[in-house]
Design a protein. Structure first.
Length: 153
């Protein structure tokens, strides 16, 4: 048997978008793209819960709280851009581990849309540039995973 989720949203879903404010010139277009794509797919504005957090490290806690209270899936959005110190590595690892842990504990999708790039140009390429729009891609993934979860359950 082969199972794959569709891009048709259900009316009972609530999807959270958790966006880091740090590097807002990147993260705001990511959030806008995800939100607009969810609307294009057929979700109503009241089915989408948006939360903004100071930085990427705060995403997993907020995702967990939203999943506990009202959301069926989370789209985690942020931008961590390489600097001159190891801080980049610690932040990237922390956020990835946190989002993965939240997803597995909640048994609900947490879509990892945190850009981890070497420079701002690479991040710009991922918000509508030559590498597409990762916010929109994450919206598609959230809907597909929710549909797949409903098939399995």
């Amino acid at each position: 048997m082969f199972m794959q989720g569709s891009l048709k949203p259900q009316t009972h879903w609530k999807i959270g978008i958790v966006t880091a404010r740090f590097n807002s010139e990147i993260t705001e277009p990511l959030e806008t793209g995800a939100y607009e794509r969810l609307i294009e797919l057929g979700l109503k504005p009241e089915q989408i819960i948006r939360a903004r957090v100071p930085g990427a490290v705060e995403i997993p806690l907020t995702a967990s709280l939203l999943l506990d209270r009202e959301c069926d899936a989370i789209i985690a959005l942020g931008a961590v851009i390489q600097g001159e110190t190891k801080h980049f590595d610690y932040v990237c690892n922390s956020v990835e581990r946190g989002c993965t842990q939240v997803m597995l504990e909640a048994k609900k999708p947490v879509i990892f849309g945190v850009l981890t790039t070497n420079d701002e140009a690479q991040a710009q390429d991922r918000i509508g540039g030559k590498h597409g729009h990762k916010g929109r891609d994450c919206a598609d993934t959230a809907v597909e995973m929710l549909n797949l979860a409903e098939l399995i359950l």
